[in-house]
Design a protein around this ligand. Sequence first.
Ligand code: GLP
Length: 266
Amino acid sequence: MSAAPESDIPRARRVGPQGVRVRVARARAQAEKSVARLVAGELVARPSLVLGLPTGGTPAGVYRELVRLHREEHLSFGGASTFNVDEYLGLRADHPASFRAEMERALFDHVDVRAERVHFPDVDGGVETAHESAARYESAIAAAGGIDLLLLGVGRNGHVGFNEPGSPRDSRTRLVELHADTRRDAVRAFGGLARVPTHAITMGIATLCDARRIVVLAFGAAKRDVVQRMLLDPIDAATPVTFVRAHSNVEVWLDEEAAAGLSEPP
Ligand code: GLP
């Protein structure tokens, strides 16, 4: 696999009180390609890599590029394990709006990842089994040796995974109720608000922050406000994604539209 030309990688600048490393790409596609290369580089260096993965619109281009690298440049996921950060409660795995189905369409069906190494919280049993299922997910992550590389998107209300505002720093994988804004953002995938699940199982903030390396992605003008809050607001449960700023190996990748509200120039 060829390495990314250095000139294509946006340089890192330090933003906010913690001096978080932020990379602003001229265009979203540039960031997607660079982040896919970053994932690929880690996979090549450590074929048994444990990946933490988000769904949503944000990572779609990264997954497309990873599929391309698999097809055209022989990038292999054959030794890797994956843990998705969250899943809607009560959906069957084959429900087209489940995060599992979304990940299969975007990535897993097109690369050589082994089915038994792909993990989602078990949501079939609904509320009754959610607590055991959450505990099992934590154990499975630990048994895999912990997450090496975690990609994250961010919700417009500052949620990360499905850790809605109010989620504490020490939270672990658990049953959560979805915020009204989050449910509204999911209407299109479900074809109506009444069909959007009310609950989910998500990795907690502490679970996410246990990952060895975190890459947060945010693209487009709709993420401008939350990007400012993520990097500049006090680290607090009011904006759960602020907690990742305290991580020792975190990087934030933006396009110019998402970065436009940051005061320091790119
Ligand atoms: C969703 C997911 C998150 C995701 C976020 C942003 O509800 N649970 O993991 O990062 O919201 O979604 P999008 O990338 O579509 O803006």
